[in-house]
Design a protein around this ligand. Structure first.
Ligand code: COA
Length: 146
């Protein structure tokens, strides 16, 4: 949670789960639970969602990911993101998918680049969920088209 405002409490984590389930119910897709093929262990999420705020690139579908620390650095986010992107383009028929993070989140940006997303600095934006002056407010935006 280094690049988020704060770690989630158990209640906030449960609320995130509820919002994720509601997203599936409302739109028919959402961030997938990620399981390790070898053990079926639940290790995080990877997938598509519609951001819940307004911005110059909205309406849009976002791809995002969060994995448990011990599973980083093995290419799992990239593997899952490629699958989620294929689902978005081939099954949902999306024309474009976006992703965003703070400039310093190089791991996440590297996943964006490895799955073929591109970054135009003119797209960068201030996240409306964070107050002016917050160091995490500035975001880089990546895009990929079908
Ligand atoms: C972002 C995240 C999902 C990446 O998962 P992962 O399975 O480790 O990703 P991958 O192994 O597919 O790729 C990670 C890339 O980051 C690179 N990387 C790792 N540490 C890095 C660092 N300190 N600086 C720059 N790049 C780094 C890796 O080299 C790799 O790229 P490469 O294959 O070109 O070498 C994981 O780090 C995570 O859950 N982070 C916390 C949550 C988060 O920030 N989510 C994104 C919010 S927008």
């Amino acid at each position: 949670m280094e690049f988020f405002p704060e770690p989630l409490t158990a209640d906030a984590s449960d609320a995130l789960f509820d919002r994720t389930q509601a997203h599936f119910n409302r739109r028919g897709f959402g961030p997938f639970a990620v399981e390790l093929i070898e053990t079926n262990a639940f290790i995080g999420f990877i997938g598509l969602s519609v951001p819940a705020f307004d911005a110059h690139f909205m309406p849009a579908v976002e791809i995002g990911w969060r994995l448990a620390f011990e599973h980083w650095g093995k290419g799992l986010a990239t593997e899952g993101a490629r699958a989620a992107l294929g689902f978005g383009f081939n099954d949902l028929g999306l024309e474009q998918v976006i992703s965003f993070t703070v400039p310093a989140n190089l791991r996440s940006r590297s996943v964006m680049e490895k799955i073929g997303m591109t970054h135009d600095p003119r797209d960068d934006f201030d996240h409306p969920g964070l107050p002016e002056g917050n160091p995490l407010r500035r975001h880089v935006l990546y895009r990929i088209s079908r």
